[in-house]
Design a protein around this ligand. Structure first.
Ligand SMILES: [Zn+2]
Length: 610
């Protein structure tokens, strides 16, 4: 948010500095709570989509104002902008602040203070009490609610007396070196009990009734212990069945292996000839090391700032609930879409999906879903952007076994298993280093675009003084989707042969069907997905998923899939201690799906469907 030049206070008291700090903190919170900066840079000079309204408040000394209404979903906070001595409300328009706030979903009003811009001077403004009254009346006339008041320099003459008298009406106060702070004592500043965004969230978490019901539902789901290696799948399925019942959705349970149930919730579309939209999420979570957690990982503790701690908070119980809550909202609003929406909740993803999605895609029940496109899990992004994954690397788990001459540990034995294994390990680690440097030297390249490998196990030997006949090394390769897999396997073969005789390798896992989901604007699914993100001013960062998810099974049977977990401003904490998600980010994710689902479920008939 651009600000006017500030009048620097030369002798601020500690409480005044604190107040200023509070204001700046609020601005920061405002930033953090907002979705990404618009992709285009033209906002600074105005947005053709934003209409700037102007008018005068009623009454004897009218105040001129410029106003913008939220461009998309309205937020619960209205922003009122005052101005400094050399400026007026037009400045906020010229800077693009009004337009930016509208794009971010805020109603914002910029005022011309009496005697500035288009507002006539006012006698009332000559006294402190008069200025406070005037501002209070203007806010009432404009019917602004939950006001965040932005007050640069001179406007402090209005904002501070108002703050001292009527601060209970404000939702937030953003002072930018406001004038007239010297008129108030430290005690007066201390008496101001303005709640900050953090305090509000803290109060909300203390008052259960104040919590958003979607957050409460998310926390309930987090408390179900679907933790590997013995997940309580029964409880998860029961939870989902209840959701289906509450939402009036069809519910189908497909037991793909003993105790391994895929739950499918269905919202039928209006045109059954069209392929469906599949929203996938897995129900299991990875184990925890409880001693490293600040809070019980299955308690879904929410801290004073609004962070929800829990295994699965990011991976990926958040997404499951976001799907459900977006569908609930859309149904409640009376929408119907041409394409059917299926939500699949699958077991065992965290242990490879072999008794989950891998089996499910081979079932007739999967065929009858007629999935045309799928959304599945992605990763958090610590920046303002959202990552979307259009492909994955192929996991290749390779065990190299080397055989050689055994003997006594005191002798120089020729052709030992260890020497030959050492050569293979050297070759593979040299390849690793080459890929690592390729990634490091090219800032455009993301981790998923290069092949990684790690030496993860070394086995062999029985005693210090016995040269073993066999030794082995295990490697976890993640092969980039553009790699020629046949050539890559020949390379593996080559490394083993070069090491000498009796060196072989075998696969513990070998994925050979890497698929890339189109991110071309001509692709109707991508166009729908990216179009919504553009409309919502979300910055997308398309990437290749560095590890493996259930998306690979979907893509392999011809269902294009995007991996997307809408969590920006969030550190990547999947599988980590203190996995957590901020409730505001979680709720914003529901808003995103509420826009995405209508677009995807309304993708026009494809050539293959007509
Ligand atoms: Zn996951």
């Amino acid at each position: 948010m651009p600000v006017s030049p500030t009048v620097v206070q030369t002798s601020m008291t500690r409480s005044q500095v604190a107040l200023l700090g509070l204001g700046l903190l609020f601005m920061l919170l405002l930033y953090v709570g907002l979705p990404g900066p618009p992709e285009q840079t033209s906002w600074l000079w105005g947005d053709p989509n934003v209409t700037i309204l102007a008018g005068l408040t009623p009454g004897s000394s009218p105040i001129f104002y410029r106003e913008v209404l939220p461009l998309h979903r309205a937020r619960r906070v209205d922003v009122v902008l005052l101005h400094g001595k050399a400026f007026n409300s037009q400045t906020w328009e010229q800077l693009g602040t009004l337009q930016l706030l509208a794009q971010r979903g805020y109603r914002a009003v910029a005022l011309d203070l009496p005697g500035f811009g288009n507002s006539a001077p006012s006698k009332e403004a000559s006294t402190e009490a008069g200025r406070a009254q005037l501002l209070e009346r203007v806010l009432q006339d404009l019917e602004v609610q939950n006001v965040v008041l932005v007050s640069p320099s001179l406007s402090g003459c209005y904002a501070l007396p108002f703050l001292m008298q009527g601060h209970h009406q404000l939702h937030g106060f953003v002072p930018i070196a406001p004038a007239s702070t010297q008129n108030y004592t430290q005690e007066q500043f201390q008496a101001v009990k303005l709640t900050t965004a953090g305090q509000r969230r803290a109060m909300a978490s203390k008052r259960r009734e104040g919590e958003h019901p979607s957050v409460t539902l998310f926390r309930q789901y987090l408390r179900i212990r679907t933790v590997q290696p013995e997940p309580d799948y029964g409880a998860a399925v029961a939870f989902l069945e209840e959701r289906a019942c509450q939402l009036g959705l069809g519910c189908q349970k497909v037991e793909v292996a003993a105790g391994r149930v895929v739950t499918v919730l269905t919202w039928p579309g209006t045109n059954p000839r069209l392929s469906s939209l599949l929203l996938n999420s897995h129900t299991d979570v990875v184990p925890v090391f409880k001693e490293h957690w600040s809070h019980d990982p299955f308690e879904a503790f929410k801290d004073a700032d609004g962070y929800i701690y829990g295994r699965g908070a990011q991976d990926m119980k958040c997404v499951s609930i976001q799907y459900l809550e977006a569908v609930r909202r859309l149904k409640a609003e009376g929408h119907h879409f041409p394409r059917t929406i299926h939500m699949t909740f699958v077991p065992d993803e965290e242990i490879g999906g072999h008794q989950g999605m891998e089996l499910f895609v081979k079932r007739p029940e999967f065929q009858t879903l007629r999935a045309g496109f799928a959304l599945d899990e992605g990763l958090a992004n610590p920046t303002d952007a959202f990552t979307v994954f259009y492909s994955e690397r192929s996991p290749w788990w390779v065990q190299v076994t080397s055989t050689g001459k055994p003997g006594h540990g005191s002798r120089f034995i020729e052709d030992t298993a260890a020497e030959k294994l050492h050569k293979v390990v050297s070759s593979i680690l040299a390849f690793r280093e080459k890929e690592r440097q390729r990634l490091q030297s090219d800032p455009q390249l993301k981790q998923g675009a290069v092949t990684s490998v790690n030496l993860t196990k070394l086995e062999g030997g029985v005693a210090y003084n016995v040269v073993p006949a066999t030794m082995s090394a295990s490697f976890d390769f993640r092969v980039a989707p553009d790699v020629d897999l046949k050539a890559f396997e020949e390379q593996l073969q080559g490394w083993c042969q070069a090491a000498g005789e009796g060196v072989t390798f075998e696969f513990a896992q070998k994925w050979t069907e890497p698929r890339v989901t189109s991110t071309d604007d001509s692709d109707p699914w991508w166009a729908a997905f990216s179009g919504v993100c553009k409309d919502m001013n979300l910055t997308l960062e398309p990437e290749i998923f560095p590890a493996a998810t259930d998306s690979r099974y979907l893509r392999a049977v011809g269902v294009p899939a995007l991996g997307f977990s809408p969590m920006n401003h969030t550190p990547v904490l999947l599988h980590d201690h203190d996995e957590r998600l901020h409730e505001a980010v979680f709720l914003h994710g529901i808003d995103i799906y509420t826009q995405l689902l209508p677009a995807l479920a309304s993708v026009p008939t494809l050539p293959s469907e007509s």
